[in-house]
Design a protein. Structure first.
Ligand SMILES: Nc1ncnc2c1ncn2[C@@H]1O[C@H](COP(=O)(O)OP(=O)(O)O)[C@@H](O)[C@H]1O
Ligand SMILES: [Mg+2]
Length: 265
């Protein structure tokens, strides 16, 4: 199962990707999370100490690695010639962070060319690594991304079994989610679910979803959860969420409804 967690910034991608990863790994599944945000913060949400997390260098920022694998030289404007199919099959072992027995994380860094400037070799390496992970690993893969499937483009987007497009319960935010889903469908992402997060008024949010999503796209609602705010405030991971907190229950329901062959405990 390869899951892309996408959507506009601040909607809750990292929160939901991390909660899902913790839940599935605690249920006995091997899970690998890839953080492809240009401001990576999944590590903290997964429970790594803030100080420790700040020391992690994303693959796309690791100049030595990029030079070693692609042949591009950082000091020379990265040059024009670099290897398009660098060796990547050892990167999980070398740069992966073990969160728990069943849960691993690789901080990849942004693969969005518009955000990375012209560091083409870095993006080439990251994309090649993603392709490797999406096609040859047997863990559940969860990608916490900074945008929609369009950043992954053809050749990569269709490797995902599912895109969870995170949105807030507003007309504007859901409108953006619908556009992202349309792009994902064009890129052949197999299943798309709009996840309406931070819901405070369930009745009103359901009405809104019925009106603007209707039955065009599947959707799922996740309640606003004060415990998340509290953990965030203290810089703590979501592994410390109490067992029956709304977020956990609602993410569980999401799995039960849309990935029924995965058994969550
Ligand atoms: N269900 C929720 N209830 C309460 N706060 C939430 C919820 N989901 C996310 N948040 C908060 O919203 C903010 C943005 O979430 P985050 O996961 O970092 O978004 P993104 O990764 O999309 O930028 C964080 O402060 C997070 O704690
Ligand atoms: Mg994030």
């Amino acid at each position: 199962m390869k899951i892309l967690v996408a959507g506009k910034g601040g909607t809750g991608k990292t929160t939901i990707a991390s909660t899902l990863a913790i839940l599935l790994s605690k249920s006995g599944y091997k899970v690998l999370v890839l953080d492809t945000d240009s401001v990576p913060n999944t590590a903290v949400s997964l429970g790594i100490d803030v100080e420790e997390a700040s020391k992690i260098v994303p693959l796309t920022m690791n100049d030595k690695l990029i030079q070693e694998r692609t042949g591009a030289k950082p000091g020379e404007g990265w040059g024009v010639f670099f290897t398009l199919n660098p060796k990547v099959d050892d990167l999980i072992d070398k740069y992966g962070i073990r969160i728990s027995e069943k849960l691993g994380l690789v901080v990849v860094g942004s693969i969005d060319a518009s955000k990375q400037g012209c560091l083409c070799p870095a993006i080439a390496l990251a994309r090649h690594f993603l392709r490797h992970v999406l096609t040859s690993r047997d863990e559940i893969i969860i990608v916490d991304s900074e945008a929609g499937a369009e950043v992954f483009g053809r050749g990569l987007a269709e490797k995902f079994d599912m895109m969870l497009c995170i949105t807030e319960p507003t007309v504007k935010s859901i409108g953006i989610a619908l556009k992202l889903v349309k792009m994902a469908e064009e890129l052949l992402v197999k299943q798309n679910v709009i996840v309406v997060n931070k819901v405070k008024d369930m009745k009103r949010a359901i009405k809104l979803c019925k009106e603007i999503i209707g039955d065009r796209v599947s959707y799922h609602l996740i309640r606003y959860d004060e415990n998340i705010e509290e953990l965030d405030y203290r810089g703590r991971g979501l592994n410390e969420l109490p067992p029956n907190t709304p977020m956990l229950l609602d993410v569980k329901k999401l799995v039960e409804e849309f990935i029924p062959w995965i058994e969550v405990k």
